[in-house]
Design a protein around this ligand. Sequence first.
Ligand code: SF4
Length: 378
Amino acid sequence: MPKFIEKQYKSIINKNKIIDHWFWTRYSINPYNGCQFGCIYCDARSDHYHMPEDFENEILVKTNVGPMLDQRISRARTFLPDVVGIGGVTDSYQPAEKKFGNTRAILEVLAKHRYPVHLITKSTLVLRDLPLLEEIAQQTWCTVSVTITTTDLEKSILLEKFAPSPAKRLDVLRQIKAEAPHVQTGALLIPLIPVLCDDPVEVEALFTAVKQTNADYLMFGGAMTLRNRQADWFLQQLQHARPDVYEQYAGLYEFTPDARTYDGRYVPANEYMQAQHKHLFALSQKHQLPHRIKRYIPDDWRKTNYRIAERMLNVVFERQMLGQSWETLFWAAQNIQNLKEPLEAVADRGELGRIKNVRGHIKTRIEKILDEIDREDA
Ligand code: SF4
């Protein structure tokens, strides 16, 4: 039985300086610290996140989240409605949610203020809130991403022992599509688990299964990360359950087998990552399953800025996955979506080149996209 520790935090919502170009989130909220699903690869177990020592049995429950969030949004002068990522670090629909209802309380406040939402979960409990999520989607924008790393039940039990089975998660996608038609929903193959779950046939089975749910996307990107105490935990569990593949991980992550503390790579080498991504892009095309989430576009002066940045950041994503240069384009897009005025006004003054990182072929690309958007809207 997990121990729940209720605690009032000073703040409930973080505003990020830049918008996340994978999930399109500007703000982030985590209703709980620690996660009862207890996935053995979970990056939130690392020192980086300052989670409870006993990650899956000691859950910190933030108290008073609804009123605090309501007050923060009502009083904030610098907040504009933009995507709030819920549960980016720990699952916001873990079993604790049934008892404490923090996620529900947060969604009610966001619906009141018409803030768009992106949720990431492995839980079937998200279905409880479908009417509310559909309401948010109709008002503004709502996306639910369901993480599925494998369709193999045995592997899922090893890796994600207390999370709902892959079949149940596929059902969640199906049900969202059927009952909340304005909610964008899809699967996250994030992280890809090397060795145990990277067999091409098995990965394709996941694409087939997700496609059959009618989901809007299957997003991938990156592989399992390993660092400090999270790596120690993962390798300890692996050695116990699958000693036969331990050496393969040692080779891929370049750690010293049986070292006292982890001394290997954070992610596998680039060659491995790029080969996986190439295969995933090919599957995405073959199954006609988009690998990107369609972003929220505000219905105000930011509209063109966000539309242009979306197109640029979609290119950035592909370049990142394939190991090509992406940094200047990335910062140009971020600077555009952080402008304090519509991009058209800047272009009309002939000042596009004054935006940081907007120069040369990037400037030409932006001018082209502006023309495209003009034609689309005509
Ligand atoms: S569900 Fe997500 S947050 Fe929870 S343990 Fe698994 S990976 Fe970590």
